[in-house]
Write a protein that binds this ligand. Structure first.
Ligand code: MEV
Length: 425
């Protein structure tokens, strides 16, 4: 029997027999996770266990006048805390105003190589644009019935080597990968017949054009970013300066954007969406001018600190793992990403929440950098992690974490605190 045909239990036993999995780890895997075993096995190939991560919630993120709780899945201790902190400051200032594009389009490319007479083929493809719309409708009638479908087609030569058809598809509330790839492959087959060449590829692109980016803005009173030892005006100036640094220093821009994606990726993962698609799109967008730039920028304007983010967000609220993972459904319901008043399902609320989250996540990070530095907060939150790594379990975790607050926060200290705690019992 092939590995992928076995049950997860049998795959673990085989790996144990091969000496690639210890009996203890096999038991850990058998017990881990919260998914129905049949769902877990059905989702991926060669499934042998589940990998659980904490699901947290950043509370009270005010977006377009509505207070939202944002579910987040992450392994990094400080992420939800930072998001909540940013959301708190945003709420003091009336919240974030965010805007998603009216149409949720995903782009695909159908590319031909080795076309004998490229000019003639280009002319044929250009003359067949209307037919491509018909092919797309036949390939995916369900998206047309839902009000979406192919919206735009362009044809161009790329370098001396390729001919490319670009398809922009309105995918409505879905992430759209399956819809777009089905349409792209159907157009590739038809276009291949018209020009007598088999397409090299037909696949969506995770690059998102500017018109499809989601934007969010916040205007802050500097007093609201005051830190314990640093005045609000100084912190606000520091945030604006750090933003300018990210514009001219790529090394800083990458970390600046990583902080933004700390929030966005965690909230994308919580709903079972594709974090890699969102991250690839975001970083490509950051580099779209040929210079890698910050996704969010901060400026002082008339004594106010103004933050703006522009970020592509290839996500959906229907279909795929968003529907099949039960916890993803819970996250959607906590976030109210799907309307509960019977109004049309749209991805806009979710996208606007994600953009707002990225902006306040960035705010929290820059405020810490401009104020007390990042380590104070990080290390305080890291204490539970160290306690767990040292072997603490149950009530010991909180006890060791509390004791760590007043000593050097490293694994050795955590281990000796745990030993002391146990010997005193
Ligand atoms: C840590 O995960 C993220 C930060 O480094 C982001 C930043 O520096 O802006 C704090």
């Amino acid at each position: 029997m092939k590995f992928y045909e076995m049950t997860p239990q049998r795959r673990r036993s085989q790996m144990e027999a091969e000496g690639k999995l210890s009996p203890r780890d096999a038991q850990l895997l058998a017990r881990s996770g919260g998914l129905d075993p049949a769902i877990a096995d059905g989702l991926i190939e060669n499934q042998i266990g589940q990998f659980a991560l904490p699901l947290g919630v950043a509370r009270g993120l005010v977006v377009n006048g509505e207070s939202r709780d944002v579910p987040m899945v992450t392994e990094e201790s400080s992420v939800v805390a930072a998001a909540s902190n940013g959301a708190r400051i945003a709420a003091l200032n009336g919240g974030v105003v965010a805007h998603a594009p009216a149409e949720h389009c995903v782009r695909a490319e159908v590319v031909f190589a080795n076309v004998p007479d490229r000019d003639a083929a280009l002319a044929v493809l250009l003359s067949r644009r209307r037919d491509m719309f018909a092919v797309a409708r036949r390939a995916k009638p369900s998206i047309v019935a839902r009000g979406g479908g192919l919206r735009d087609v362009s044809v161009e030569a790329v370098c001396d080597e390729f001919l490319k058809i670009t398809l922009d598809v309105d995918v409505q509330a879905a992430m759209g990968a399956n819809i777009v790839n089905t349409i792209a492959e159907a157009v590739a087959t038809a276009a291949g017949d018209w020009i007598g060449v088999r397409a090299l590829t037909a696949i969506l692109t995770n690059a998102v054009c500017k018109a499809q980016a989601v934007t969010a803005e916040i205007v802050l009173d500097p007093l609201t970013v005051t830190c314990r030892d640093v005045a609000g005006e100084e912190v606000a100036e520091g945030i604006a300066r750090l933003s300018r640094l990210a514009e001219v220093d790529v090394e800083r821009a990458v970390t600046h954007n990583k902080g933004i994606m700390n929030g966005i990726s965690a909230a994308v993962l919580a709903t079972g969406n594709d974090t890699r698609a969102v991250e690839a799109g975001a970083h490509a967008f950051a580099a779209r001018t040929g210079h890698y730039r910050p996704l969010a920028v901060w400026n002082m304007k008339e004594n106010r600190l103004v933050g703006r983010i522009s970020v592509p967000l290839q996500v959906g609220v229907v279909g795929g793992a968003t529907t099949s993972l039960p916890a993803a459904g819970v996250a959607q319901r906590i976030g109210h990403y799907l309307p509960d008043d019977g109004s049309a399902v749209s991805v806009a609320v979710y996208q606007e929440t994600l953009a707002a989250l990225g902006l306040v996540q960035n705010l929290a990070a820059l405020r810490a950098l401009a104020g007390p530095g990042i380590q104070a907060g990080h290390m305080a939150l890291q204490a539970s992690n160290l306690a767990i790594a040292a072997g603490a379990r149950g009530a010991e975790i909180a006890a060791v974490a509390a004791a760590l607050q007043s000593c050097s926060k490293d694994l050795e200290t955590a281990k000796s605190l745990l030993e002391r705690l146990r010997s005193n019992l």
